[in-house]
Design a binder for this molecule. Structure first.
Ligand SMILES: Nc1ncnc2c1ncn2[C@@H]1O[C@H](COP(=O)(O)OP(=O)(O)OP(=O)(O)O)[C@@H](O)[C@H]1O
Ligand SMILES: [Mg+2]
Length: 326
């Protein structure tokens, strides 16, 4: 497997290089795990490839769901969007009302009913009666999904459905997820959120909704793992295209991963920021001093950073002694 999915054409000018770097997606083991989970959710064609038709339990008529869990910055949204873009069968449902996969992000303030209204509006149903009850609104959602040909719903930031406060309804939130899984034509449901989302769904006394979900937890990239090696490869390949040398003895990949405790999204962004800094300053090699400056710009008030100019093993031991750690 190559680490990065595509290089496109080699960038030459400074602005081409920066744009190129910006949109680079770094592949990790998470991508394969998600693909593997998705494979379970859908019917398989005679050629052995996944189709867009969700697998339906013949006895209950229900589909299955997938929960993608991770801390903020672990890269849930980037992973889901990338997988969707790269899928040969799932196509995002857009403004032109085509596509079989609806990607919806729950706004922090949305109530369960509001979310139903949002889905109805996105799928072209505008005549929503404000007196509609939440459960009726979800009935309409399910009907609407079938009508416009949506067979997969991705609900990102799903934990926002479970916030407490006035007008909030955790039972209703669970119910609405179950509605989707029980919809007539068959709709696969992918929900993504912070780890507490799992507890919220698990809190249902009967546990019946939780049972319908598979789980993918995005773990941190730990030292000396395949994902750490992929991180180093991605970094080296990006630097290569940008014409930037990475001094091998300085342990840049290890330091960057340590700096954000292996959280994929945050570590990739830091790596890109360090590469960007060198590119825009016209330098042809990374330096610890420059990386230290980059890190401090978005992490003010830290004493020693992982980019301290000393052998990495020494720096790591010192940082761990003052409470840093993966
Ligand atoms: N594999 C990747 N390759 C390149 N960039 C990535 C990758 N994963 C994440 N990122 C970048 O890292 C940042 C954080 O990722 P993302 O927003 O997907 O995290 P998240 O888990 O959805 O966080 P939140 O819970 O706050 O929404 C984004 O800027 C995203 O573009
Ligand atoms: Mg996100």
């Amino acid at each position: 497997m190559t680490a990065m999915t595509s290089f496109g054409s080699t960038p030459k000018t400074l602005s081409e290089k920066l744009d190129w770097l910006d949109v680079r997606y770094w592949r990790f083991g998470h991508d394969e795990l998600l693909e593997d989970h998705l494979f379970d959710l859908y019917a398989v064609g005679d050629d052995g490839a996944m189709t867009a038709q969700p697998r339906v339990d013949t006895l209950t008529g229900e589909t299955r769901g997938l929960m993608v869990l991770g801390r903020s910055g672990d890269g849930k949204t980037a992973l889901l969007m990338r997988t969707l873009r790269a899928s040969p069968v799932l196509r995002e449902f857009g403004q032109d009302m085509t596509g079989n996969t609806l990607f919806i992000t729950v706004p922090p303030e949305a109530t369960v009913k509001k979310l139903a209204e949002l889905i109805l509006a996105r799928t072209g149903y505008k005549k929503i009666d404000s007196r509609l009850r939440s459960s009726d609104a979800w009935e309409m959602v399910v009907h609407r999904l079938g009508k416009v040909g949506i067979t997969t719903v991705v609900i990102d930031e799903c934990h926002h459905m479970f916030r407490t406060g006035a007008g909030r309804d955790k039972q209703g939130a669970i119910q609405s997820l179950k509605h989707i899984l029980q919809s007539a034509g068959g709709v696969a449901l992918i929900v993504a959120g912070v780890p507490s989302l799992r507890d919220e769904i698990l809190a249902e006394p009967s546990g019946e909704t939780y049972r319908r979900f598979q789980e993918l937890k995005l773990s941190a990239v730990l030292p000396d793992t395949r994902n750490a090696a992929l991180f180093a490869t991605n970094l080296r390949q990006c630097a290569g295209v940008l014409g930037i040398h990475i001094p091998a003895d300085d342990a840049f990949p290890e330091r960057i991963l340590f700096a954000h405790r292996g959280q994929v999204g945050r570590c990739v962004n830091l790596a890109k920021e360090i590469l960007r800094e060198a590119t825009t300053r016209g330098r042809d090699a990374l330096s610890l001093a420059a990386a230290d400056r980059v890190f401090r710009k978005s992490n003010t008030g830290v004493g020693q950073t992982p980019f301290h100019d000393a052998p990495w093993e020494t720096v790591r031991v010192e940082l761990e002694a003052i409470g840093w750690g993966m």
